[in-house]
Design a protein around this ligand. Sequence first.
Ligand SMILES: C[S@@+](CC[C@H](N)C(=O)[O-])C[C@H]1O[C@@H](n2cnc3c(N)ncnc32)[C@H](O)[C@@H]1O
Length: 364
Amino acid sequence: MTADPPEPGSGPPPRRRRPRYAGTHPRRFDERYKERDPDKYPDLEAHVRAQGRTPAGTHVPIMVAEVLAALRPAPGESVADLTVGYGGHALALLERTAPDGRLIGLDLDGPQLEATGRRLAQLVDPARVHLHHSHFAGLPKLLAADGLASVDIMFADLGLASMQIDNPARGFSYKHDGPLDMRMDLRRPRTAADVLRTITCEELATALRELADEPEHEQIAQAIIRRRSERPITRTQELADVVLSAQGLTRRTWRAAVAAGESELHPAARTFQALRILVNDELHGLEQLLRVAPYCLHAGGRLGILTFHSGEDRRVKHSLRDGLRDGVYAQIADQPLRPSPAERHANPRSTPAKFRWAVRAAAT
Ligand SMILES: C[S@@+](CC[C@H](N)C(=O)[O-])C[C@H]1O[C@@H](n2cnc3c(N)ncnc32)[C@H](O)[C@@H]1O
């Protein structure tokens, strides 16, 4: 029996072999094909989480119980999740506002937001979820576009999601080599490599001090500018090596110091944090959000913000205190809430988190 040859493009797609990794366990982000598909391999995801690690391509939401207790989501309420990420908090809020509460979700990371949209659509009624690829300072316009003047709950979980940090192609981590990018929003014109090409030594030293409390800010800034005069710094590992050498270290001596229990925080961690905040203009964006936030909440509406470093927490604290004084907020958290020791142990990335909340007063 003979058959006509199939029309081009009509047959099943050709099977593509997954890239092989060396050894018995995948090491690189792109090799961890099971971890990056957690819905297909739930046992592996549970195993990785039980070891205190975050499976590649996912994110473990932080302080969920504390966030829900402070924000008290109720059936039918409207929620703006300003930093949807992997959708962990969004899902918890959607569960509490079921069956018909709406979620307006924002994120700067377009590809990640699309992936999260697909994930949420399998778990809740898609009509309840409206996602926008946007900076959170644009919230008032987006609410208007969704036919809302204000919402019952606003929540922001600042900084980066684990899958952004762990993906070397995004250039956020000193742990893996990748292009020095660091843009949360890929529509932004300037990468971290572009910033390092033009910043002055004084500006860089100030950023290291103010955005990351880096005690060695002058030495590190000078070392970066010296290296830049020889050739542009375009890779994460190059930058990490320059910062190590500014502190008299190499990768090998640093590993030895860690093995001997002498050090924990990587010497380049603060430099990467400062540069990321600069590239994404994060503190200015947060100030814009804090200005518009109360006007996007109903009277009695709740605002919650999770921060991860002192520059963020200070801004949130002052804004909420000023709002209480001026009668914009009826109530605020006296002190920030912190993750429990058990959560810090299970998810070390939660360690620096601080959570503050406020309740909107009647219209002012
Ligand atoms: C810590 S993650 C959020 C994780 C999320 N709560 C979860 O449970 O999966 C922070 C997210 O906020 C996004 N983001 C950071 N700054 C933003 C901004 N100004 N506007 C909108 N999204 C932002 C990042 O791209 C990232 O996906």
